[in-house]
Design a protein around this ligand. Structure first.
Ligand SMILES: Cc1cc2nc3c(=O)[nH]c(=O)nc-3n(C[C@H](O)[C@H](O)[C@H](O)COP(=O)(O)O)c2cc1C
Length: 339
């Protein structure tokens, strides 16, 4: 289906299927850069299938001009759709980039053979609403090595590598690269404004940014403009960084970004199911020269897609989502426009 907003006058007589609503709700729970939610979903009528589309206009124009991170977010949404289809008792049949001339049409998911969800899939489904992005220091308990091994295996299942960065020299290098990128973005008034604009009731919750972005060795985004007002962190929490990891893929095509998104979400859900949350530090991946350094020195020549910290969060914040009536299209028409 080619998706574009059409006039509200266009009327569809068929209601969206219950399954489509269920899948749209699950998909919408995915993470996205600064809660931009750059997606649209479409049902293929009578629950024949479900489509994931990029809504390119919602990407972060300055920090993600090529849309790589927006596609990763849609890949994460696609993973949630796959798990939600399993919850309905079917095997998802996924076709990535099904229309070669339509780069915004990212995936079509059909209902395959009937098979009940496995306990692991049920665990991932239950973790969807419990997963939240963390910012600031983690609690004191480290992530157990066995869980880190499991998380690496989860990424591998989706064709990506989760590289834990634990050698002090490499950690220092990564922290320096995050710092450099963050300083450059804070110094650019337009980029700083793009980040500050994304905090608020429909974006990143202000409460989730209550820690100073420089409170841990990996600099965070300055959503509240602390740097503008020269506010310094009251305390540094070097011991509460958590485990640092880079998710990387062998290549860097649009398909790889979709794979990275699915791997990311599988890792995040498996972690959340074990009470481990993630903080994101993707700033250096938005600058080609810094991304190249991470590629060369930290992930063995693979393409870094996401930088994470993992740990036990003392407190988490839910983040608002666009209503499904806005993101789910039926016959090319948002559900809320139908009469
Ligand atoms: C590709 C990608 C990059 C992200 N980069 C950052 C980041 O650099 N800093 C940050 O605080 N959050 C980052 N996030 C997390 C989003 O801000 C978060 O997913 C969004 O606000 C929704 O909140 P939730 O994850 O708690 O549902 C990123 C998410 C994605 C998918």
């Amino acid at each position: 289906m080619s998706v574009s907003y059409v006039s509200p006058g266009r009327v569809s007589r068929v209601s969206p299927g219950h399954a489509a609503l269920h899948l749209a709700r699950a998909a919408s729970l995915a993470p996205s850069p600064h809660n931009s939610q750059p997606w649209l979903f479409a049902e293929e009528g009578h629950d024949h299938g479900f489509e994931v589309h990029l809504q390119g206009g919602r990407r972060m124009i300055l920090t993600d001009p090529g849309g790589r991170e927006a596609v990763i977010a849609c890949g994460a949404a696609l993973f949630n759709v796959r798990i939600a289809v399993r919850g309905l008792g079917f095997q998802p049949v996924v076709d990535l980039l099904p229309e070669p001339g339509n780069s915004g049409f990212l995936a079509r998911v059909g209902y395959g053979t009937h098979a009940p969800a496995t306990p692991e899939e049920t665990l991932l489904a239950r973790a969807m609403p419990r997963r939240h992005t963390h910012r600031g220091p983690f609690g004191p308990d480290p992530v157990p090595d066995a869980l880190l091994d499991d998380l690496s295996a989860q990424a591998w299942t989706e064709g990506a590598v989760l590289q834990v960065i634990d050698e002090p020299e490499k950690l220092r290098l990564l922290a320096d690269l995050v710092r450099t990128a963050e300083d450059l973005q804070r110094a650019d008034p337009r980029q700083a404004a793009e980040i500050i604009r994304s905090a608020g009731p429909d974006g990143v919750p202000v409460g989730a940014c209550r820690h100073h972005p420089d409170a841990t060795p990996l600099a965070g985004r300055d959503y509240l403009g602390f740097a503008q007002y020269c506010i310094r962190p009251r305390r540094r929490w070097a011991g509460r960084t958590g485990t640092v990891a880079v998710l990387a893929t062998p290549y860097d095509s649009r398909t790889d970004w979709l794979r990275a998104g699915q791997a990311l979400q599988r890792v995040l859900l498996h972690a959340a199911a074990h009470d481990v949350m993630a903080a994101f530090h993707t700033q250096p991946l938005e600058l080609p020269s810094l991304r190249a350094e991470i590629r060369t020195h930290l992930v063995g020549g693979r393409f870094p897609q996401v930088v994470l910290r993992l740990g036990r969060a003392p407190h988490t914040w839910g983040t608002r989502r666009r209503p499904h009536a806005e993101v789910l299209l039926h016959d090319g028409v948002p559900v809320r426009w139908r009469r």
